[in-house]
Design a protein around this ligand. Structure first.
Ligand SMILES: [Fe+2]
Length: 201
């Protein structure tokens, strides 16, 4: 069977066999066919991440630098400090969730990168706002030491370093920021890894 367009969002799949229209009736052979397509789909993830990162250059939100530049500066600082590739890519992507929502952007970014990075980087990105709060929460009437609820966590020191030495300082229009092209090979390496299965958040 060849692929044919049947409407703006309807496409006949390349599957030789009966195809049900509801998941409860999908055959095992058809499910295998779907799984193969899902695997192939992962090969496009590096391009999609690069596209998402580029799109964050449109997010300025009153800062002196765009969210792309903020991410690049965070990653530049992480790399200069000797961080591993997972942490550098995590630094680059840590605010990517702001494309959708500022309110829960750490959770969005953390879950997006989770299948491809270490547990440490996943956790640091997930909680980074709690740690970043020390630098500005007091001026918003929030608890600047929100980070303390994570005391005792094995990656606590890593999150402190991320927030205090890299993220917090990455709003400088005069900083010698490395370009996205510098980080692209790292992005492609990390997001080309076989994705880990993740438990529900
Ligand atoms: Fe940030």
């Amino acid at each position: 069977m060849t692929t044919t367009e049947t409407g703006p969002h309807v496409r006949s799949p390349t599957f030789d066999g009966p195809i049900a229209t509801r998941m409860s009736e999908f055959s095992a052979a058809y499910m295998t066919h779907i799984e193969e397509h899902l695997d192939e789909d992962y090969t496009h993830v590096p391009d999609r991440i690069m596209g998402l990162l580029r799109s964050t250059d449109e997010l300025v939100q009153g800062f002196q630098v765009s969210q792309l530049v903020h991410g690049l500066q965070t990653a530049t600082r992480a790399e200069a400090a000797g961080a591993d590739i997972d942490m550098i890519v995590g630094a680059l992507c840590h605010d990517i969730g702001k494309i959708i929502s500022n309110a829960n952007h750490p959770a969005i970014a953390a879950e997006m990168i989770r299948p491809f990075v270490s547990d440490e980087v996943y956790w640091v990105v997930k909680v980074h706002q709690d740690f970043e709060g020390m630098h500005y929460y007091a001026r918003m009437g929030l608890d600047p030491m929100a980070r303390l609820k994570h005391c005792g966590h094995p990656f606590y020191a890593s999150a402190e370093r991320f927030a205090d030495e890299w993220d917090e300082q990455a709003f400088d229009p005069d900083f010698a920021t490395l370009p996205l092209e510098h980080f692209e090979p790292m992005v492609r390496e990390v997001f080309s890894r076989p994705p880990r299965r993740c438990p529900a958040a």
